[in-house]
Design a protein. Structure first.
Lengths: 976, 260
C-alpha cells in the first residue's frame, strides 16, 4: 500500500526546535549514540515536524503561526517555524546535514490523534496529521556515514524511512481508494499434493500436507472449493501459535525411562497434574486467556505470560511494546474482564558486545535489540499505568539472532465475574483501535522460523502499539463489565478478528459483516480485515438490550465501539462483505477438524561429565567476575526506567536494601488499597542446562521460581505456576523428545510440590537460517510463580539487616556445576556440556521449602535469599552489599555429602534447593527446630565492618573482599 | 464538625494514578469522585459543588507533543476560570506529576503575572533523558502552601521522564523565590541543598520539585505523595519498621484539613 501524497497547497508544516541557551537532553543522548557508532564526537540538533493536511485550502490568517506555536511548541523552550506545504525544506546552518525520519505508510503514528485533538482545542479542524523528526548532524560528512547513522541510530528501516538532505517536504498521507470487492475461490479439490504444498507456502498459511489434505477432503464433502478467506481462517485457527499443535500432539516417547505414549502431550502431563491436584483455590485453569486463582473472599487474581519473539527480533521497540500490550489484553479478556495490576518481563539476548559484522545479514545487534525491547516495555507499560515489578535478563550466544521476549501480566477480578459464555442473539462488538494492515500473518509468521529474508517477508507482521488507545479501552471495558452489559469478551491477538470471533462463537456460530469494521485507511480486502492483527482491540458479546448504553459509555471514554454481527446458534461462521458472502465455515470443522498428529520422540540425557574446579582457583577474582557477569549483574538501569510503583500496591520493590540496589528475589504487591492481603511474584529459568537434561532444567527452573516467592514470604501452600516453553523447531525426534521430557519434569514437580500450573504458552521455531547453517536457541523454559500472602507486613527482603545476626544455609551443596556460571567464566564448561547438572530431589525439596516457609512465617527470619547463579558466594555477597554490612563465613558447617571437601566447590556450586537465612542469635534454636530434619547449618555472622571473608574447611582464609568492591562489581550493569 | 469536603478527580485518556489519589483523599476525610475529562469539560461549572480538585499522574493523551500539553490546553480553554474561582472561594487544588505538568502548561502554576494563561516555566526531559522511578527527599522551603509545612521533609517516589523545571528567564526565576512560590526542593540524603543526580532525579533548576500559586492553595509537585501513603510503601520498611504517619499522608491530611 502506498497512499498518494495530497497536493501541497492543502497542507502546512510546523517545525519545532529547541531555542539556543536551553537544554535538549534527547539531542545530547543521540549525539553520544552516533559518536559511539562513528567513534568520534558529533553535534546533533533535533527538529520535530508536523505535516498538517486540510480538507480544502490550508488557512492563511496572520494569527495562525502564533496559534500553532501555542499548541505544538513549548513557549519556554522552543522556537517554531510555519511553512506552507510547497515551501522547500529549510537549509541547515553551516556544517550541519539534515536527515528526515518518517514513518512508512500504514505504520501507527500514535501522536497524530493527540495532535488533532489539540488543534481542535484551538479551533482548527485539520483532515489529517503526519508527524516526523528531522535530525541535524555536524561532524558526519559522507553520505555512507549518514546512511549508517540513519540505519543504526535513528530509525528501523522496516517501519521508518530516512531521507538524506531532503528537498521535498514530507506530505501528509492522502485518502486511499477502497479495495474493489473480489471473491476468490481456491481450486483446492482438484489440487494434487504438490499443489497443496505450494498453495500453503504461497499463501503463507504454514499448513503442512496432512492439514491441507484434511481441508481438501472437507471441501470435497461440501462439494465446493474454499474461498481465500475460508482458507486463511483455517490457517490462522490451526496455526501453531493458536492451536499449539506440537505440545498437544500424540507422542510416543522412547529413551530416558520406559517407552510411554501420550495422546495429548500437554493435557496428559502439565494439565493432568493440575487436574489430579484438584485444588479448590484454582478457580479457572488452562481454559481462559489466563489462569485464575483465589485471592480473598471477593476477588481472584489472574496470571498470564506471553512471548513476542519474532516481532521483537525484527522491530524490538514495537515488538516488545505490543508483546506487553497483548498480554495486558489477555488479562482484560479473562473472565468478563480483569483489571491489570502488575507486569513482568524476561528477556533473553545475545552477547551485548557483538557488532553487526559478527552477525548474519538481516539481524540487529543484541545491544540494539535490548535497547529497543527495554524502551518498548517501558513506554507501553508506563503509559498504561501498570507497574512492571519483576523480570530477568539472560545472555547466551545462541539468542543472538532470535531474542526471547516474555511479557507477563497479573490481574484482579471479582469472583462473580470469572465465568463467561456468549449467548445466542448476543451482538458481536469490536471495541478499541481501528484496523489496518498491521501484523498481517503474525500468527502464521510466528509459526515459521526466521531467515535473512524475514525482514522483508514479514514487514507486514510488524506491529507498533498505541498504549493510550489501550488505556482508554481498558477503562471502558471495566466500566461496562461492572454494569453487566456483555456476556463474553476476548482479545484480538494473533489471528485478529478471525481467532477472536472464531473462539467466542465456537459453540454458537456467528454472522459477521466485515465492511462494518472501522479502518485506519481504505484499501484493505475482506480477508485482510478479517486476519489483521491491529493492536488495542477487544471483541465482546453484547446483550442487545444494552448495545445503546455501551455505545454511549464508549463515547464518553473516547473509544470506538462497532457492531459487526450476531452470535447465531447456526454453528457456522458466516462472513459477508457489503452483504456478499465471503466465508461459510462449519465451527465444528474449524475447531475440531485439525488432523491429530502422532509423532515419535526420543529423549536423551547426556551422561554427567564431572568437571572439578581447579584446586588453585582464585576465589576473590571469580566472585567479582560472577557479580559483574550478565546474568547476575544489577539490572537497576532497566528497573528504574519502569514505573514499578504506580497503583500504590508495591510493598517489596525490585530493588531493595539500605542503598536501594539489592536484587529482590520477587516482588510483593498488595493490590487492594487498604487491605493487607498480597501476592508475591517471581520467576525461574535454567537455559544453560536444557541441552544436557531438559527434565532437570524443568526442575531447576521451577524450583528457582518457587524459592524466589518463598524468600519474600509467599505461601508455599498457595503457590501457582506458569510455563513458557521457548524452543527451536520441533521437527525431529530428539527435539520433540527434549520438549516432552521438559513437560514431564513440569508434571513431576507440580505433583510433588502440589503447586499447580494454571496457564502456559509455547513458542516454537525459535531458530534462524543463515548461510553458515541454522542457529537454534537453547531449549528454554521460563517458569513464573505467584504466591498468596495473608499479610503484606510479613514480607521479608534479601538485604542483610544487622551485624551479629547469623547466616543459616539451608539445603545440601553437591559437586554440581552443569550449566554453572563459574564453570563458564573459568572456560571449563565445554560449551555447556561439562559438569553434573544439579539434581533436585523432589520429596526432600518439598519438605525443605515447607520448612523455610514456616520459619519465615514465624517472623524469626530477618532476611532471606535464594542460591542460584553463582551459588553460595554470590548469594551471601548480594545480601551483604544490599545491607551495607560485612560477613565472616566458615565453610565447615555447609551441609554436604561425605567426602566433598573442596572449598571452591562449596562456594560456587549451583545445587538446588538452597536458601540463606538471617537469624538473630536468640532465635537460632527456634529456627533450627523449625528446620528439624532438613540439612542446614550456621555458616557465619554478619559484621559491622564492611568486609566479606570466607575461611575454608581447613580454617585457612579463602576469600576476603571489601563490600565496596563487591558493590561496584555487582553494579557494573549491562552495557547497552 | 463540618460535612466531609468533596474532592473531584479529573482523569483524561492516559491518566493512571486516579485510584490511589482518590484513596488518599478519602482516607483523609474527603468524599472523592473520579470523572473522565469529557463530562467535566462539558460542565466545568460543576466544580462549584467541590472544595478540592485533584489532577493525578499519568500520561494524559500519551504526553504527545509535550507532557501535559494537550489536556492542559483543553482545561485552560474550558475550565480555567472555574479552577481559579475554586481557590478564590477557599477551595484547594493539587496536581501530581503529570497533573503538575498540566497545571504548568495551563499557566496556572506558578501564575506570577496572571492567575493563569501563558506558561511561565516548563517541565522538560530529565537530564539523564530517561524515565526514572526512584525515591527522593524534598524539603518544604516556603510557608506559602496550605498542603505543606515549612521546614518539614517529604520522602516520596519520583516517577517521570520530564521533571526538569526551567523558568522562562532569570527575572521569573527570582520572582519564584522572592514570592515563596518554590515550596519543595530536592535535598541530599543528609539534607544537603542542590544535590546531584540521583538525589535530584531530573536536574531541575534550583532543585525545584514543587510550586504553589499566589493564593498558596494550589500545589503542583513531581514526586508522588500518594505512593508514600501506606506504611509498607516505604522502600526500607523491612529494615526500619512501619511508620505510623507516612510523609505522603501528612500532605493529604493538610490539604483536606484546609477545607474541612
Amino acid at each position: 500500500m502506498a497512499p498518494n501524497p495530497s497536493s501541497p497547497s492543502t497542507f502546512l508544516r510546523v517545525e519545532v526546535a529547541t531555542r539556543s541557551g536551553f537544554p535538549d537532553a534527547a539531542a545530547k543522548k543521540l549525539a553520544a549514540e552516533i559518536g559511539r557508532t562513528l567513534e568520534r564526537p558529533v553535534q546533533v540538533e533535533l527538529v520535530r515536524g508536523y505535516s498538517i493536511a486540510f480538507a480544502g485550502a490550508a488557512p492563511r490568517d496572520d494569527a495562525l503561526a502564533a496559534r500553532l506555536h501555542a499548541v505544538l511548541a513549548d513557549p519556554v523552550l522552543h522556537s517554531s517555524q510555519l511553512l506552507s506545504g510547497d515551501a522547500p525544506v529549510p537549509t541547515p546552518s553551516a556544517g550541519f546535514r539534515r536527515l528526515d525520519v518518517v514513518r512508512r505508510p500504514g505504520v501507527m503514528d500514535p501522536a497524530a490523534a493527540s495532535v488533532l485533538r489539540a488543534l481542535e482545542a484551538v479551533g482548527l479542524a485539520p483532515r489529517s496529521i503526519r508527524t516526523y523528526r528531522a535530525v541535524l548532524v555536524k561532524g558526519a560528512t559522507s553520505d555512507s556515514e549518514l546512511q549508517r547513522i540513519g540505519a543504526r541510530c535513528l530509525a528501523n528501516l522496516l517501519v521508518e524511512e530516512v531521507r538524506l538532505d531532503p528537498r521535498e517536504a514530507i506530505a501528509p498521507f492522502g485518502e486511499l481508494a477502497p479495495a474493489p470487492f473480489r471473491r476468490v475461490e481456491v481450486p483446492l479439490r482438484a489440487a494434487d499434493d504438490a499443489a497443496l504444498v505450494r498453495l500453503s507456502k504461497e499463501g503463507m498459511l504454514a499448513l503442512d500436507l496432512a492439514e491441507m489434505q484434511a481441508i481438501q477432503a472437507h471441501f470435497r464433502q461440501e462439494g465446493r472449493d474454499p474461498t481465500d478467506v475460508e482458507l486463511e481462517t483455517l490457517a490462522q485457527t490451526w496455526s501453531e501459535h493458536c492451536k499449539h499443535k506440537t505440545l498437544t500432539s500424540a507422542v510416543e516417547l522412547h529413551g530416558d525411562g520406559a517407552p510411554r505414549r501420550y495422546d495429548n502431550l500437554l493435557k496428559e502431563t502439565i494439565f493432568a497434574a493440575t487436574q489430579q491436584l484438584a485444588l479448590p483455590w484454582c478457580l479457572s485453569v488452562f481454559r481462559d486467556n489466563a489462569g485464575v486463582i483465589e485471592f480473598d473472599a471477593e476477588y481472584a487474581v489472574t496470571f498470564k505470560v506471553e512471548t513476542h519473539n519474532h516481532p521483537s527480533a525484527l522491530e524490538p521497540y514495537g515488538g516488545a511494546g505490543t508483546g506487553l500490550g497483548g498480554v495486558i489484553r489477555d488479562t482484560l479478556g479473562t473472565g468478563l474482564g480483569a483489571k491489570p495490576i502488575l507486569s513482568t518481563d524476561v528477556f533473553c539476548v545475545g552477547p551485548l558486545a557483538l557488532r553487526d559484522d559478527e552477525l548474519p545479514a538481516g539481524t540487529l545487534p543484541p545491544r540494539r535489540i535490548l535497547q529497543g525491547i527495554v524502551a518498548g516495555v517501558r513506554d507501553y507499560g508506563n503509559r498504561m499505568g501498570i507497574p512492571t515489578t519483576n523480570g530477568a535478563v539472560f545472555v547466551h550466544a545462541d539468542y543472538r539472532t532470535n531474542p526471547l521476549v516474555f511479557c507477563g501480566n497479573v490481574g484482579l477480578i471479582p469472583r462473580h465475574k470469572i465465568q463467561k459464555a456468549a449467548r445466542k442473539g448476543d451482538l458481536v462488538f469490536v471495541l478499541g483501535g481501528r484496523t489496518g494492515r498491521d501484523g498481517i500473518h503474525g500468527a502464521t509468521f510466528s509459526s515459521l522460523s526466521l531467515d535473512s529474508s524475514s525482514s522483508t517477508v514479514a514487514s507486514g507482521a510488524v506491529q507498533i502499539g498505541n498504549a493510550i488507545e489501550e488505556k482508554k479501552l481498558l477503562d471502558a471495558v471495566l466500566d461496562a463489565r461492572d454494569r453487566g452489559w456483555f456476556s463474553a469478551i476476548t482479545d484480538c491477538g494473533a489471528g485478529g478478528l478471525s481467532s477472536a470471533i472464531g473462539e467466542m462463537g465456537e459453540e454458537l456460530g456467528a454472522d459477521v459483516e466485515l465492511a462494518r469494521v472501522p479502518l485506519k485507511y481504505q484499501g484493505l480486502t475482506a480477508g485482510e480485515i478479517w486476519i489483521s492483527e491491529a493492536q488495542e482491540r477487544m471483541v465482546l458479546a453484547v446483550m442487545p438490550e444494552h448495545a445503546e448504553e455501551l455505545r454511549a459509555l464508549c463515547r464518553m471514554h473516547g473509544v470506538e465501539a462497532t457492531e459487526l454481527g450476531t452470535f447465531t446458534g447456526s454453528g457456522r461462521l458466516r462472513l459477508t462483505f457489503e452483504g456478499k458472502p465471503v466465508a461459510d465455515l462449519s465451527m465444528q470443522f474449524l475447531h475440531h477438524g485439525l488432523p491429530k498428529r502422532m509423532r515419535r520422540a526420543t529423549a536423551t540425557r547426556t551422561a554427567p561429565r564431572p568437571a572439578p574446579l581447579p584446586l588453585d582457583v582464585d576465589c576473590n577474582r571469580l566472585l567479582l567476575q560472577l557479580l559483574a557477569s550478565p546474568d547476575i549483574t544489577s539490572k537497576e538501569e532497566i528497573v528504574r526506567q519502569y514505573d514499578h510503583e504506580v497503583l500504590a500496591g508495591s510493598a517489596v520493590k525490585p530493588m531493595v536494601g539500605a542503598g536501594g540496589f539489592g536484587p529482590s528475589d520477587a516482588c510483593v504487591v498488595a493490590p487492594r488499597l487498604g487491605s493487607r492481603r498480597a501476592i508475591a511474584v517471581g520467576c525461574g529459568m535454567s537455559p544453560t542446562t536444557g541441552a544436557a537434561d531438559p527434565h532437570a532444567m524443568a526442575l531447576l527452573a521451577i524450583d528457582e521460581a518457587v524459592r524466589n516467592v518463598v524468600c519474600v514470604g509467599g505461601r508455599f501452600d498457595r503457590l501457582a505456576l506458569l510455563d513458557n516453553f521457548a524452543w527451536p523447531s520441533v521437527d525431529d525426534e530428539a527435539t520433540l523428545g527434549s520438549i516432552a521430557r521438559c513437560a514431564e519434569g513440569c508434571r513431576d514437580v507440580a505433583l510433588a510440590y502440589q503447586t499447580p500450573f494454571i496457564s502456559g504458552k509455547d513458542s516454537l521455531h525459535n531458530q534462524t537460517r543463515t548461510k553458515d547453517g541454522v542457529i537454534r536457541i537453547p531449549p528454554t523454559l521460563l517458569v513464573s510463580a505467584i504466591a498468596l500472602m495473608d499479610d503484606v507486613t510479613g514480607a521479608v527482603t534479601m538485604d542483610a539487616k544487622r551485624a551479629d545476626h547469623h547466616l543459616i544455609l539451608v539445603g545440601e551443596t553437591r559437586d554440581e556445576f552443569g550449566g554453572a556460571r563459574a564453570l563458564a567464566l573459568l572456560g571449563l564448561d565445554a560449551g555447556g556440556a561439562a559438569g553434573t547438572v544439579p539434581r533436585v530431589d523432589l520429596p526432600s525439596a518439598r519438605r525443605l521449602h515447607e520448612a523455610v516457609a514456616r520459619a519465615i512465617a514465624s517472623k524469626r527470619v530477618k532476611s532471606c535469599h535464594d542460591l542460584s547463579e553463582g551459588g553460595l558466594a554470590v548469594a551471601a555477597a548480594e545480601m551483604c552489599l544490599a545491607g551495607g554490612l560485612g560477613a565472616a563465613l566458615h565453610l565447615g558447617n555447609v551441609p554436604r555429602p561425605a567426602g566433598l571437601d573442596h572449598d571452591a566447590t562449596l562456594l560456587f556450586s549451583e545445587s538446588a534447593p538452597r536458601y540463606l537465612l538471617e537469624v538473630a542469635w536468640e532465635d537460632l534454636d527456634a529456627v533450627s527446630r523449625l528446620l528439624a530434619g532438613i540439612p542446614h547449618g550456621v555458616i557465619g555472622t554478619l559484621t559491622e565492618r564492611p568486609v566479606f571473608t570466607v575461611s575454608g574447611l581447613s580454617q585457612k582464609p579463602l576469600l576476603q573482599l571489601d563490600v565496596a568492591k563487591l558493590t561496584s562489581a555487582f553494579r557494573t550493569g549491562l552495557d547497552f | 464538625m463540618a460535612a466531609r469536603p468533596r474532592a473531584l478527580i479529573v482523569r483524561s485518556a492516559g491518566t493512571n494514578c486516579d485510584a490511589e489519589t482518590a484513596f488518599a483523599l478519602e482516607s483523609c476525610g474527603a468524599r472523592a469522585t473520579i470523572l473522565p475529562a469529557q463530562p467535566f469539560l462539558e460542565r466545568p461549572e460543576m466544580l462549584s459543588d467541590y472544595q478540592i480538585l485533584a489532577i493525578p499522574g499519568g500520561f494524559s493523551y500519551g504526553d504527545d507533543i509535550l507532557a501535559g500539553k494537550v489536556f492542559g490546553l483543553e482545561l485552560a480553554a474550558r475550565a480555567g476560570e472555574q479552577i481559579v474561582n475554586l481557590v478564590q472561594r477557599g477551595g484547594v487544588a493539587i496536581g501530581i506529576c503529570n497533573g503538575f505538568q498540566i497545571l504548568v502548561q495551563m499557566g496556572l502554576l506558578p501564575g506570577i503575572e496572571r492567575p493563569f494563561g501563558k506558561p511561565e516555566v516548563t517541565l522538560t526531559d530529565n537530564d539523564v533523558h530517561k524515565y526514572q522511578d526512584r525515591w527522593v527527599r524534598m524539603r518544604v522551603t516556603s510557608d506559602r502552601c496550605v498542603w505543606l509545612k515549612q521546614g518539614e521533609t517529604l520522602f516520596a517516589p519520583a516517577a517521570h521522564g520530564e521533571g526538569k523545571l526551567i523558568p522562562r528567564d532569570e527575572a521569573l526565576r527570582r520572582a519564584l523565590h522572592e514570592q515563596g512560590r518554590v515550596v519543595l526542593r530536592y535535598i541530599g540524603p543528609q539534607g544537603e541543598d542542590d544535590p546531584p543526580f540521583p538525589h535530584c532525579p531530573n536536574g531541575a533548576v534550583d532543585s525545584i520539585a514543587g510550586l504553589t500559586d499566589r493564593t498558596g492553595r494550589i500545589l503542583g509537585l513531581m514526586p508522588h505523595p500518594e505512593r508514600h501513603f501506606l506504611p509498607w510503601h516505604h522502600p526500607t520498611w523491612t529494615r526500619d519498621g512501619l511508620a505510623d504517619l507516612p510523609d505522603g499522608r501528612k500532605l493529604f491530611e493538610r490539604g483536606v484539613g484546609a477545607v474541612s
